[in-house]
Design a protein around this ligand. Structure first.
Ligand code: SF4
Ligand code: SF4
Ligand code: SF4
Length: 483
């Protein structure tokens, strides 16, 4: 069995067992039985532990791979969101953009725009599958999301799509969302259309002016913060469903960001669109971080440790933590405190993991090819197209390839239940591949530290609420399921 030994903040040792998801106080005999299997020892305690572990193992039911039932799964729970990549072009050139030269395995900017016929076919196909799920559960609402590049560069297709579904599929109660850099929200016709149709508008705004302007620039390299804040003030000051997402990296001042959102986020009475997500700039398969000195990583780590301590103080005192701290830390602590114990949580994967089932959502490239989600931006892992329709066989193949190429390693990992790896963080072309750098080392280190922090506060016996303050935000909008 897989055991991870760690010390909490008081120096007390614990064993996290990934097969069962259980945490035990440290005991060398227990650890030995976990690591080496059944004991033949005549010693009473050795046999006790061997029996205990044997019984626990019997309850760790690993559901066999059963990809053939994917169709039933998807026609019950799948097809929740259709995302259309309206264009691969953008009117900005953010320095961390996945279309930039820093991410050589993903696509580059191009003049490809989605045609209306492509959008229409995608909608019809998606809704034919969604309908099956809706017949089982009529409270389901399909989400249609628009993504880019900058999707508002293809506003015409967005408008036609919304008008089409409203006239042809009036039986469903749609939610619309758009992820935008915000510059084109200046246009009153666009702004009014989005508002009239109740769009969830998610603007990429990196919090403070400093944090935003150093990376988020126009094609000519000009900063965009002041302009965006003016647009929001002018066209959206009374519109509720406008949100923001914040990207940061190891050079960001996280303390300043924490203070910023406490003063300026709309939930705190400020003017800044409510922040839904804090995303660390993607460090896999990129040279983005290559020129940043090592000391900066160390300073960043220290800042994170200090802020995590603050976050936990709020949790222990049962107070609502600052918004930005919740966004930084609640996910890992929720995944530890709400971890699935004993049973595998997936009928399709060889071990517990963070991946969705291809088809839970549907992402359509500008040329009509289907992908798992907007974050799987490399070639490979196609699951159909507007011309061929959604391909269940391709979705099954994706799961099998993920099991064989990725989870073969994760099955041996002693914290796979707590790792959020999914298709979005792996290389998908020419074959599925885990980032060969230090991804796993960093992840295991981070999870071990969080287990230590979690146990330190949890052993005090309180029922802790790690999602205090951001509970329910996922219902507002889940732009890209936090990775
Ligand atoms: S707005 Fe988005 S797509 Fe455009 S350059 Fe910035 S990150 Fe890239
Ligand atoms: S981010 Fe990962 S888990 Fe979420 S939809 Fe995309 S591939 Fe699936
Ligand atoms: S840390 Fe690495 S090996 Fe472990 S579960 Fe995550 S991706 Fe797999």
């Amino acid at each position: 069995m897989k055991a991870l030994v760690y010390k909490d903040f008081d120096g007390e040792e614990f064993i996290y067992n990934d097969d069962t998801g259980m945490i035990f106080p440290y005991d060398p005999k227990l650890l030995s039985v976990m690591e080496h299997g059944k004991s033949q020892s005549a010693n009473y305690m050795d046999r006790y532990y061997a029996n205990l572990i044997g019984n626990l193992q019997n309850h760790t039911i690993q559901v066999p791979r059963n990809v053939d039932s994917i169709e039933t799964h998807l026609h019950t729970n799948g097809f929740s969101q259709l995302t259309l990549k309206v264009t691969e072009q953008c009117n900005m050139r953010c320095k961390y953009c996945i279309y930039s030269e820093h991410y050589p395995d993903t696509k580059f900017y191009s003049e490809v725009y989605m045609k209306w016929e492509t959008a229409k076919k995608a909608v019809d196909d998606f809704l034919s599958h969604f309908h099956r799920t809706w017949e089982r559960n009529k409270t389901r609402k399909p989400v249609i999301a628009f993504y880019g590049g900058e999707p508002l560069l293809g506003f015409d297709v967005i408008k036609k799509t919304v008008e089409y579904v409203k006239s042809e599929y009036s039986q469903y109660c749609f939610n619309y969302s758009i992820t935008t850099n915000g510059l084109l929200l200046k246009n009153k016709d666009i702004a009014n259309f989005l508002k009239e149709n109740g769009f969830w508008i998610v603007v990429s705004l990196d919090g403070t002016k400093d944090n935003h302007d150093r990376y988020r620039v126009t094609r000519g390299g000009a900063p965009t913060y002041d302009c965006l804040m003016e647009i929001i003030e002018e066209n959206f000051s009374f519109y509720k469903s406008i949100y923001s997402v914040c990207c940061y990296d190891v050079t960001s001042d996280l303390v300043a960001l924490t203070e910023f959102y406490e003063k300026n986020d709309r939930r705190k009475g400020g003017k800044f669109p409510a922040v839904l997500r804090a995303s660390r700039i993607n460090g896999a398969f990129t040279d983005f971080y290559d020129n940043i000195p090592q000391e900066q990583f160390i300073a960043h780590r220290k800042q994170l440790d200090m802020l995590q301590e603050k976050y936990l103080e709020y949790v222990v005192a049962n107070k609502i933590p600052p918004i930005f701290l919740s966004l930084l830390f609640s996910q890992i602590f929720v995944s530890i405190s709400e971890r699935v114990k004993f049973f595998s949580d997936s009928a399709f994967y060889d071990c517990c993991c963070g991946a969705c089932v291809p088809g839970d959502k549907l992402f359509v490239e500008s040329d009509g090819v289907y992908k798992i989600c907007e974050k799987t931006n490399m070639q490979g892992l196609e699951i159909g197209s507007v011309d061929k329709g959604f391909c269940f066989a391709a979705a099954k193949n994706a799961i099998c390839a993920y099991n064989d190429c990725i989870l073969a390693k994760c099955k041996e990992c002693n914290c796979s239940r707590l790792c959020s790896l999914c298709y979005a963080s792996i290389k998908t072309f020419p074959a599925l591949e885990l980032d060969g750098s230090d991804y796993c080392e960093r992840t295991i280190h981070w999870i071990t530290e969080c287990l230590a922090a979690y146990t330190s506060v949890e052993k005090k016996g309180q029922k802790l609420n790690f999602s205090n303050g951001i509970a329910g935000m996922a219902d507002i909008y889940t732009p890209h399921n936090i990775v």
